[in-house]
Ligand binder design. Structure first.
Ligand code: NAP
Length: 332
């Protein structure tokens, strides 16, 4: 570990609370274990789960750092046992189980993807969490395929903007919802085929009208609660409902006979607690299928704003205000 100091600046709140608990403190630089690399972080993506963690509602999985941050981009500056020497000095972005809000972070080498010339470090840091999540849920669990129509809630969220980008590349028709006409216009500007203002329109009726009554192949849902039976009404026969969050409620009442009659599938997943072997497999697949589009500059994340690490509180406040479109990023 040449030229790497032993302490670093990081955000590591001692207790849950509001954005003000996100103060810069000094922490030891982590050491890469077998199969891991140490990244000098240039930028770290902010995700909604970081806010839940800050509030005390989403503790890090066992073994993960208490420092928040699920994705970074930067340069590999040290290697753990078993990592090939060529990785040293490589610019990468990485999916983390935590630890991104810091000057240095450790990642399993299998969860790193190369940063192509087409991307800035800020852009690269904004990709992994939403790309892994949308890929594994919309395409793998939801089996979305070319020609399908899909409904994605939160069209201007980090997740929603990534879903729009992937839908455009892989030939899906994408309908999104958002909470204002301005956000609907932004989503359409980014490539959504249709955008429904869920505050002024009934998204079930709109989806039926858009699809000529046929419904969607997949719903990617981050709301839960009473959205679930309404989403089911938006599904075509054999449709798939994929839950990735429960912002609107943990519980739902669903008509079981509808699942039987129209052969619907209800599924979902959480990415963070999955092991490094699973995440490594996803990274390999993304490298083959999506990364060529990243290298060509055809897939780039939508950046809302970036903040210095010391202003992490302002970054969280912006996300909680709900005014953002796309990703918020911290720069070191
Ligand atoms: N399962 C997983 O593995 C996984 C991984 C990453 C993220 N997630 C989840 O995915 C969600 C998006 O994450 P993000 O980082 O992209 O967050 P984000 O940018 O803050 O977006 C949150 C979105 O939720 C929408 N929303 C909230 N309440 C809603 C409601 N009642 N009806 C319709 N839309 C509503 C907001 O829409 P408006 O602003 O238009 O109202 C906003 O677009 C979060 O809930 C996060 O926890 C899950």
């Amino acid at each position: 570990m040449n030229n790497v100091s032993t302490t670093m600046s990081a955000i590591d709140p001692e207790a849950p609370g509001g954005p003000e608990v996100l103060r810069v403190v000094q922490r030891p630089v982590p050491q890469p274990g077998p199969g891991e690399v140490l990244i000098r972080v240039a930028a770290a993506g902010v995700n909604r789960p970081d806010i839940l963690q800050r509030k005390g509602g989403y503790p890090p999985p066992p073994g993960a750092p208490s420092i928040p941050g699920l994705e970074v981009a930067g340069e590999i500056v040290a290697l753990g046992e078993g990592v090939t020497a060529e990785m040293l000095g490589q610019p990468v972005c990485a999916l983390l189980a935590g630890g991104g809000y810091a000057e240095f972070a450790v990642a399993p080498v299998g969860q790193c993807l190369p940063v192509p010339n087409a991307l800035s470090m800020i852009e690269a840091a904004a990709i992994p969490e939403t790309l892994f999540t949308v890929w594994t849920n919309l395409f793998e669990r939801g089996y979305a395929t070319e020609g399908d129509t899909v409904l994605v809630h939160g069209g201007t969220s980090g997740i929603g903007t990534m879903a729009i980008a992937l839908a455009n590349i892989f030939g899906l028709t994408i309908i999104v919802t958002a909470g204002s006409d301005e956000k609907c216009a932004a989503a359409k500007g980014l490539g959504a085929n249709h955008a429904i203002n869920y505050k002024t329109q009934d998204f079930v009726a709109e989806v039926k009208a858009i699809t000529g009554g046929a419904g969607c192949a997949v719903v990617l849902d981050m709301v839960g609660g009473d959205y679930v039976p309404r989403n089911m009404q938006c599904l075509a026969e054999d449709g798939r409902h994929v839950s990735i969050a429960v912002q609107g409620g943990l519980m739902a009442t669903v008509p079981i006979f509808e699942i039987m009659r129209r052969r619907l599938t209800l599924t979902g997943s959480t990415l963070r607690p999955r092991d490094a072997a699973f995440k490594g497999l996803v990274a390999d697949e993304l490298h083959r299928t999506v990364w060529p589009h990243v290298e060509d500059g055809k897939l780039r994340p939508v950046i809302d704003r970036s903040y210095p690490l010391a202003e992490a509180a302002a970054a969280h406040a912006r996300m909680e205000s709900g005014d953002h479109v796309g990703k918020i990023v911290l720069i070191m």
